[in-house]
Design a protein. Structure first.
Length: 244
C-alpha cells in the first residue's frame, strides 16, 4: 500500500512540475469514484461543498477544491491524476494537512472486447499525514451501461486501517447513473453507496445539470452509514468545469 501511494504521489509531482498547477477528487458519481477518466490534456476543476443538515452535534462542513488531469493519449487505456485542497474549517490536525492526492487508470466500455465493461483501478484521499489524513483508499471498479436502464458500477476498496478504523477499511462500492435523455441530454441522475461504518461509509444520490458542454453542477444528498463517525447527513453542491 505504501509503495502504491508513493507511485501516485510521484505521478502527481511530475504533473505539477510540467503544468504549474497547484490544486478535485477523482472523477466520481456523487460520493464514490466512477470508471470515468478525464480525457488526455483535459483539466477538470472541481469545487465541492458538503453542508450539514444540522449544526447541533452533526459534525463539520467540508470544502474541497482541486484539479484532475488526463495524462494518457490512448483511446483504450486512459489515466488521470489529481490533487485536492480539502478542509473543514475547524483548525483540526487534518485541516493543518489539507492536501490529498488521487490517481486512476482504466479502460472504457467495449475497449477490450465487444460488450466488455469499463474497468478502473485507482487510489484517492492519499493524504500527507500518516494516521490522520492518509486514508490511502485503493479501489477497483467495473461498470456496464444497459439499454434504457442506465449504467451500473460495482467494486471494492481497501484503505488505511489506522484512519478508517479496524474492520472498516475494506468494503463495497456500488452505483447507478443515467442521462435522462427523454427529458434533456443535460440532465443526469445518480445513486451511489460505500459500505462500512467509517466516516467514508455513505449512501448518496443527486442530480446534475450541464449548463454548457464543459460546465455542470451537481446537487445531492448524503446519508452516512454511522452517525457517530460520519456525522449528520449533508447536502452537497459540486461545480465541475473542464478545460479546454
Amino acid at each position: 500500500m505504501k509503495k502504491m501511494t508513493m507511485i501516485v504521489m510521484l505521478a502527481m509531482t511530475l504533473l505539477l512540475v510540467t503544468t504549474g498547477i497547484a490544486l478535485a477528487t477523482p472523477s466520481t458519481q456523487i460520493w464514490i469514484p466512477s470508471t470515468d477518466i478525464q480525457a488526455y490534456k483535459t483539466l477538470h476543476l472541481g469545487l465541492d461543498n458538503y453542508i450539514r443538515t444540522t449544526s447541533k452535534g452533526g459534525g463539520a462542513n467540508t470544502y474541497d477544491a482541486g484539479i484532475t488531469a488526463g495524462i494518457l493519449p490512448f483511446e483504450k487505456l486512459q489515466m488521470e491524476v489529481g490533487i485536492d485542497y480539502m478542509e473543514a474549517g475547524t483548525n483540526s490536525v487534518a485541516d493543518q494537512h489539507p492536501i490529498y492526492f488521487n490517481g486512476k487508470i482504466g479502460t472504457p466500455e467495449d475497449s477490450l472486447f465487444k460488450f466488455s465493461p469499463a474497468l478502473a483501478v485507482g487510489i484517492y484521499n492519499a493524504g500527507t499525514k500518516a494516521g490522520v489524513t492518509g486514508q490511502n483508499i485503493a479501489y477497483g471498479l467495473a461498470a456496464k451501461t444497459l439499454p434504457i436502464i442506465g449504467r451500473f458500477s460495482v467494486g471494492g476498496f481497501h484503505g488505511a486501517e489506522t484512519v478508517l478504523g479496524s474492520g472498516q477499511n475494506n468494503g463495497v462500492l456500488a452505483s447507478w447513473d443515467r442521462t435522462m435523455s427523454e427529458i434533456s441530454d443535460k440532465l443526469w441522475l445518480a445513486v451511489d453507496y460505500q459500505s462500512g461504518n467509517s466516516f467514508m461509509g455513505a449512501t448518496s444520490f443527486g442530480v446534475s445539470w450541464a449548463f454548457a458542454k464543459n460546465v455542470s453542477v451537481i446537487v445531492g444528498y448524503d446519508i452516512y452509514n454511522n452517525v457517530q463517525t460520519g456525522g449528520k447527513n449533508t447536502v452537497t453542491t459540486q461545480l465541475d468545469i473542464n478545460f479546454p
